[in-house]
Design a protein around this ligand. Structure first.
Ligand code: HEM
Ligand code: FMN
Length: 498
């Protein structure tokens, strides 16, 4: 194929004819515009230019293969790159380029989790900040997540020898120095150029476990490779293990193939996200996307082709569109049977939000449940993980001790982790604080965030009067306020039917 001149590419910069360069090849994406799950506006902004940098922030390389037949036009003539259309993107400021008025604080100034958010706000483009911070509808689920940790109080014991504390906890037999891990978050390329591998680097250096998202910017095997490389530099001494968050692809073959790749890499558990049959309404993203569309001269598309089908083959969108998602809305409990057969390792259901489903999870033989409302990004006014844990303690206590129980959502202080453990949890997941730390400081920020949480945790243990996590018992917390508001079944008996 003859090389294409940059000046020719630059001419195709509209909805009528839209060409972009991706990794030195020219693609005609005109017919793809209306099918792009991220919306047409985002690609139109790149029309006639080299879209590689923008593409890589959001997508693994192999997404290019999903462009329609006929899209690839040929290689770009490397001597004519200067003739491509200049892009008017917001580019991410980096820690070193943040200007003086908006100077990013030194990492040591981050002494508690909210400090990372302030620093991230300085460096992140608005779009990325909105993506990280957004929540569903009017934001009440996120608010409750944040607030409920403060609505449980400790009942400390004093005059105990708390000179040395042991903060270790195992997840499925894999020891971690702390009872918290990094929650799966998609599209980290929009947050930091190092994306998921940069998070892995920080995790490995601190020895904590991390769950990797299906919607990652980098491919699952690339992330694994980085994990192995990082382990090697530390003489394979880090206890960190990676687990995989699974949005089940609609297509069964694709679903099984993905699971096999994950297994072959060596991920230690499959965390199936079950709270996302459709994407929640991400209000702030919606507003931003409408603005972006108007800026390139198109009113936000309303219903595009891929929305009208009841399923689509892509991952849940980064932004706020109504994407039914890679997780089929038709998934049921019965699917666990074939998943278990294909996977063969520990399975956690991520997104359990009531006692009935906790009981079913146990009956269906999963190994763990993650009480979560997706960081307040899915159902409007969904219960916080703590509220769900209290329901489980009250109505199906038999699952405690049989299943590994994880919580996430709104955790912003290491000592709050102790409350969940007092009430029977195995460990707690932390999301946004790590994302903000990554944005501002890369893997160094991730490490700092671990240190901040770890210090709060060990101080909390000493002040509570315990030296190991096994000593945490329900009597060490006062959960009366939440218990007062907890849901109660009519007749006080739980009916756990499908
Ligand atoms: C041609 C260059 C491309 C650019 C610059 C681009 C950029 C983007 C951006 C910025 C988003 C986030 C949208 C938002 O939050 O508003 C997005 C979403 C998305 N894009 Fe693309 N994209 C491109 C091509 C593709 C291709 C070839 C595919 C695969 C067929 C694809 C699949 C998706 C999917 C599934 C989403 C929603 C989920 C996610 O954020 O991962 N894109 N894209
Ligand atoms: C920006 C962002 C992206 C996320 N992406 C995913 C994802 O790809 N898969 C998933 O199961 N959960 C995802 N989550 C939810 C997290 O795994 C976790 O449940 C939540 O962030 C915990 O709440 P916190 O952020 O308040 O700690 C995401 C959360 C955020 C904030």
């Amino acid at each position: 194929m003859a090389a294409i001149d940059g000046a020719e590419v630059a001419k195709h910069n509209s909805k009528k004819s839209c060409w972009v360069v991706l990794h030195s090849k020219v693609y005609d994406v005109t017919s793809f515009l209306s099918k792009h799950p991220g919306g047409a506006a985002i690609i139109l902004k790149q029309a006639g230019s080299d879209a590689t940098e923008e593409f890589e922030k959001y997508h693994p390389l192999d997404y290019i293969n999903d462009l329609p037949d006929g899209s690839p036009l040929g290689p770009i003539d490397p001597n004519t790159l200067g003739k491509l259309r200049a892009r008017k993107d917001q580019t991410s400021a980096s820690a070193s380029s943040a200007n003086e008025e908006n100077e990013i604080p030194h990492v040591s100034m981050c002494v508690s989790c909210p400090d990372f958010e302030k620093a991230a706000k300085v460096v992140l483009p608005l779009k990325s900040y909105v993506y990280a911070s957004t929540s569903a509808n009017s934001g009440l689920s996120l608010r409750a997540n944040l607030d409920d940790w403060g609505r449980i109080n400790f009942r400390p014991r004093v005059m105990r020898n708390v000179g040395d504390v042991d903060t270790r906890r195992s997840i499925f037999g894999h020891s971690s120095p702390y009872p918290f891990y990094i929650s799966p978050m998609g599209t980290l390329g929009a947050i930091h150029p190092g994306a998921e591998p940069e998070v892995v680097r920080g995790a490995v250096r601190k020895g904590i476990h991390a769950v990797i998202s299906t919607a990652s910017s980098k491919q699952v095997d690339q992330i694994w490779q980085r994990f192995e490389d990082e382990q090697k530099t530390l003489g394979n001494a880090s206890p960190t293990r990676l687990f995989y968050q699974y949005y089940m692809p609609v297509d069964r073959k694709r679903a099984i193939d993905l699971m096999h790749i994950v297994k072959k890499c060596g991920y230690k558990g499959l965390w199936i996200t079950v709270d996302t049959p459709v994407l929640g309404k991400r209000t702030a993203d919606r507003v931003l996307q409408a603005e972006e569309a108007l800026a390139v001269g198109i009113a936000e598309e309303g219903t595009v082709e891929w929305e009208t089908g009841e399923e689509n083959a892509f991952a849940p969108a980064m932004g706020g569109r109504v994407v039914s998602g890679q997780l089929s809305p038709h998934t049921t409990w019965e699917d666990l049977q074939w998943i278990r057969k294909e996977w063969g390792g520990p399975i956690v259901l991520k997104g359990i939000q009531c006692a009935e489903d906790a009981k079913l999870a146990y009956e269906y033989g999963v190994d763990g449940i993650l009480l979560s409302n997706h960081g307040g990004r899915q159902l409007h006014t969904a219960p916080s993980a703590l509220m769900t844990l209290l329901e489980i303690r009250t109505y199906c206590p038999e699952v405690i001790g049989k299943l590994e129980i994880f919580l996430d959502g709104g955790l912003r202080d290491g000592s709050d982790v102790l409350k969940a453990l007092c009430l029977g949890a195995t460990a707690v997941g932390v999301g946004r604080p790590f994302m903000y730390a990554l944005a501002a400081y890369g893997s160094q920020g991730v490490e700092r965030c671990v240190d901040v949480l770890a210090e709060e945790l060990s101080t909390g243990m000493r002040l509570l009067g315990v030296t190991s996590l096994d000593q945490l018992i329900p009597e060490m917390v006062n959960a009366s306020r939440l218990l007062n508001e907890m849901w109660r079944p009519e007749g006080a008996v739980l009916k756990s039917r499908l």
